[in-house]
Design a protein around this ligand. Structure first.
Ligand code: IMP
Ligand code: MG
Length: 186
């Protein structure tokens, strides 16, 4: 869906579909330069990273494998609980693999720092991180992002995989959600 289709539920546009495509292309060129010939294992963090994974993987000109992990995040709230729980683990072994974690957004950095530690203990040869978006809070924690699309303001956003209570993942761009949507409990 486009922003117009969401009516007043989206109060401002943060990143357009065109900007996302440009950002992913830039990230893909950097990834190719680093990981060509290494057949990286891309690990998408469900469910938010589905769109980034689909478009970034197709933009890449190198051979990759894809796997998925699901961890708990915000549920119906818009604040991080700080608790990370595995809902679905990887199918692949990470032993000797060059891993590329694919994220939609790094906010507090809690999820990412937990994943980095967890994956390091599984014997990966290298671990890199690609995230389409980053919020300012992430910079106060030590979370290295190797390939970043955009820094965005500290507001709750939806679209391109990012949801509020499972809604608006199918927006083509990313926008700020009208706070009335979550204060209504809609
Ligand atoms: P963390 O705070 O960096 O651990 O982020 C955890 C997860 O919260 C992210 O992977 C997203 O799925 C979700 N998240 C963070 N900020 C937003 C937002 O603005 N909108 C929707 N989901 C978000
Ligand atoms: Mg996520």
């Amino acid at each position: 869906m486009d922003f117009e289709d969401a009516g007043s539920d989206i109060v401002s546009v943060v990143v357009t579909a065109e900007q996302i495509a440009e950002g992913l292309a830039r990230m893909a060129r950097e990834i190719e330069a680093d990981l060509s010939g290494k057949r990286p294992l891309m690990v998408g963090v469900l469910k938010g990273a589905v769109m980034v994974m689909a478009d970034l993987a197709r933009e890449l000109t190198i051979d990759v494998e894809m796997d998925w992990m699901a961890v708990s995040s915000y549920g119906r709230s818009t604040k991080s609980s700080g608790v990370v729980r595995i809902l679905k683990d990887l199918d692949s072994s990470l032993e000797g693999r060059h891993v590329l974690i694919v994220e939609d957004i790094v906010d507090s950095g809690v999820t990412l720092s937990w994943l980095l530690e967890n994956f390091a203990s599984r014997g990966a040869a290298s671990i890199r991180v690609a995230s389409l978006l980053r919020k300012p809070d992430a910079m106060s924690v030590d979370v290295p992002i190797d390939y970043l699309g955009f820094d965005i303001p500290n507001e709750f956003v939806v679209g391109y995989g990012l949801d509020f209570a499972e809604r608006y993942r199918n927006l083509k761009g990313v926008g700020v959600l009208n706070p009335s949507v979550y204060s209504d409990g809609a």
